[in-house]
Ligand binder design. Structure first.
Ligand code: ASP
Length: 466
């Protein structure tokens, strides 16, 4: 008879019973007459023992760490002197009666249960599926999951609708290089992968959804750094009929509820709001860390809002470009007036707000220009001709002529938030399948050349590198 599987976390409720568990061999300690094991499944770990003369002994001698197994045995209370109070399930033990090896494991290429952070990245990511078995990686993926789940809970409770926006789209002016995808139907033409859903989420405000969010993938072809990859995810949010302070208050309430539910402490509530000019004066940076060394040790989260950024910054060529987001609304009516009159450009402030935490920019957003003449003026200041403006954002200007409501939003970088929660310094510790620093995919082998017939179909010719 095949016994139903019991999860390791539930074994405590089965003392005295024969049960079946399924999982992996975590550790094997062969003491000659007896063999001890630690088994693990997604819910925990438990010790098992094969007693002398047990029928299971023959198989036990061959079972190796990381084998996938199913075990039948009796759940015994350990005698008092053997209780390991500091260990999970330290008061019980499985007396193993039968072992079925469901699939054996080769010896992993490195010690996947130790500290894998120092393992050569190429090797580590080639075997990422093993690396992810590591307790720290399991923990980080669960923190990520919990963070997103609690955010969803909060947003659903507050009447937000979760919507998707296209991945194959047109270039957006987020300020990074696009990843592009060649079109087969239109040879010689290309889609861009989104750097963010910025324009589509604004169009959803035109469309009347009022409160949108998405756990959005964003792709940016930029130099890779410890906290920046080609791909990242963000909690992308947009709301209609909300002032800047209303948006910030709602996001602050969300973050507070989410991280406190997860058991974290926040240094200061409400979050301090610091102007860009003050931040630069006080910290010399707009991504500052307000924690004391003791607070760093305790994993305290020090959030702050940075506001009142300059809208524009000088380009190398002496012109102007946007500092954060070209779709933003200037901060005050006076700032809007200056923009419309194209004067005192350097003094125009934007409604942009950045959420800083523990030295990272963990989020950023703004109230948007929702009337066409304001967005047009931004592009005007940046030196775009009428035709270029039409080409870039003509579709937005047109949508703004159909009763687009005042709106604003934010995007929270999921990886940077999780790095803070998990106390990790590298993006690769909080993504399941990150890229190598050289831009190669984990486990699979991209990028790689296309087959000749694919190139032909796409109308592409590859030039040999000189
Ligand atoms: N689109 C912006 C970004 O990805 C965020 C926002 O303003 O909502 O950084």
């Amino acid at each position: 008879m095949i016994m139903e599987r019991t999860l390791i976390k539930d074994l405590k409720n089965h003392v005295g019973n024969t049960v079946s568990i399924s999982g992996w061999v975590d550790v094997r300690r062969d003491q000659g007459k007896m063999v001890f094991f630690d088994f693990r499944d997604r819910t925990g770990k438990v010790q098992g023992v094969v007693l002398p003369k047990s029928e299971a002994m023959i198989v036990a001698k061959d079972v190796r760490p990381e084998d996938a197994v199913s075990i039948e045995g009796i759940v015994n209370k350990r005698p008092d002197k053997n209780v390991q109070a500091d260990r999970e399930n330290g008061d019980i033990e499985l007396e193993i009666k039968g072992i079925t090896v469901l699939n054996g494991s080769k010896t992993p290429p490195y010690d996947i249960m130790g500290d894998t952070s120092g393992i050569d990245e190429e090797v580590r990511l080639k075997y990422r599926y093993l690396d992810l078995r590591n307790p720290r990686m399991q923990r980080n993926m669960h923190i990520r999951h919990d963070f997103i789940r609690h955010i969803r809970d909060f947003l659903f409770k507050n009447d937000f609708i979760e919507m998707e926006t296209p991945l194959l789209t047109e270039s957006t002016p987020e300020g990074s290089r696009d990843f592009v995808v060649p079109s087969r139907l239109h040879p010689g033409q290309f889609y861009a992968l989104p750097q963010s859903p910025q324009q589509y989420k604004q169009l959803l405000m035109t469309a009347g959804f009022e409160r949108y969010f998405q756990i959005a993938r964003c792709l940016r072809d930029e130099d890779l750094r410890a906290d920046r990859g080609f791909e990242h995810s963000q909690v992308d949010i947009e709301m209609s009929f909300m002032s800047r302070d209303e948006v910030m208050n709602l996001i602050e309430a969300m973050i507070t509820e989410v991280v406190e539910t997860m058991g974290y402490s926040i240094k200061q509530k409400p979050f301090p709001r610091i102007t860009y000019a003050d931040a630069m004066r006080t910290y010399g940076s707009d991504k500052f860390d307000m924690r004391t060394p003791a607070e760093k040790d305790k994993g305290i989260l020090a959030y702050a809002w940075v506001i009142e950024f300059p809208f524009f910054e000088k380009t190398d060529g002496g012109g102007w470009t946007f500092s954060h987001n070209p779709f933003s609304m200037p901060l005050t009516p006076e700032d809007t007036k200056k923009l419309m009159e194209k004067r005192d450009i350097e003094s125009i402030l934007t409604s942009q707000y950045d959420l800083v935490c523990n030295g990272f920019e963990t989020g950023g957003g703004s109230i948007r220009a929702h009337r066409p003449e304001i967005l047009r003026a931004v592009y005007d200041v940046m030196g775009f001709s009428k035709e270029e403006i039409e080409e870039r954002v003509g579709h937005m200007l047109e949508a703004f002529e159909f009763g687009t409501p005042p709106h604003g939003g934010i995007a929270l970088g999921i990886e940077r938030n999780i790095m803070n929660l998990a106390n990790e310094s590298y993006l690769r510790e909080v993504q399941a399948f990150p890229m190598t620093r050289g831009g190669k995919t984990a486990v699979m082998r991209a990028p790689k050349p296309l087959e000749k017939n694919q190139l032909t179909e796409l109308g592409l010719d590859i030039k040999k590198k000189k």
